[in-house]
Design a protein around this ligand. Structure first.
Ligand code: ATP
Length: 213
């Protein structure tokens, strides 16, 4: 009898701060994909790009707070420990090595899918993981480049066909949430109450450490 493989989700982001736009859609798909755990990986920005507004310790602290929301969330500081601008290919290779018995799912927003051809070695990413794409207001497949359209024509499929292997893409049918970390930082500077799309434990951490003032 073949045993079902472990299903592991990976979500990279600046998480400055983490918000429901990241977390809610992931929880919506988590049962369908039977995720054993969901790794939340804060990324390191290249030196010439905009840096996160708060220290890495606080990005990790806010993610730690978010793990209260679901026991499958795990904070993973692997990219921060590399001390290099984050690249997805080494990250997926790392997971593939340390979780060789698992099926990996890399979760990205629709904005990231539309930009994917700008990522380094983007076509090799599919050797290591399946991709799940979360709809995001303001970003439509109709605006995709020919590269992205070709990619979907070759790789898009249903979640049921993604239990093993790698290289398939599923567009999730989740409720689009119109929120970004940039907007949230703005709201936190201008208001004293919890923005609706900021999870309560993350809000408590932000207040305790007086962030984004
Ligand atoms: P910023 O506004 O600072 O660019 P962000 O809110 O877009 O931040 P990131 O932490 O940079 O968030 O994004 C991490 C991942 O989460 C990316 O793949 C991004 O596409 C996805 N994502 C972020 N917000 C949403 C959202 N509202 N809906 C769907 N995907 C999202």
């Amino acid at each position: 009898m073949t045993r079902a493989k472990r299903q592991i989700a990976i979500v990279g982001g600046t998480f400055d701060p983490v918000h429901w736009g990241h977390l809610k859609p992931i929880l919506e798909v988590a049962n369908a994909f039977n995720f054993e755990c969901i790794h939340l990986l804060p990324t390191c920005a290249p030196p010439h790009r905009q840096q996160p507004e708060v220290l890495n310790t606080h990005r990790l602290g806010m993610l730690d707070a978010a793990t209260e929301l679901d026991s499958r969330f795990v904070v993973n500081d692997w990219e921060l420990r590399q001390g290099l601008p984050s690249r997805t290919l080494p990250t997926l290779k790392h997971f593939h090595t340390v979780s060789a018995d698992a099926t990996l799912y890399f979760i990205i927003g629709m904005d990231s899918l539309l930009n994917l051809p700008d990522w380094q070695h983007w076509q090799r990413l599919f050797d290591f993981a399946h991709f799940i794409v979360i709809p995001r207001p303001g970003y439509a497949l109709a605006d995709a480049s020919d590269d992205v359209k070709d990619l979907l024509a070759a790789r898009q499929c249903d979640s049921a066909d993604m239990q093993t292997g790698s290289g398939k893409i599923s567009i999730a049918d989740t409720q689009p949430l119109d929120i970004s970390a940039t907007e949230l930082r703005q709201q936190l500077r201008n208001h004293n109450e919890r923005p609706e799309l900021l999870p309560e434990p993350v809000w408590n951490y932000i207040r305790e450490h007086n962030l984004y003032r």
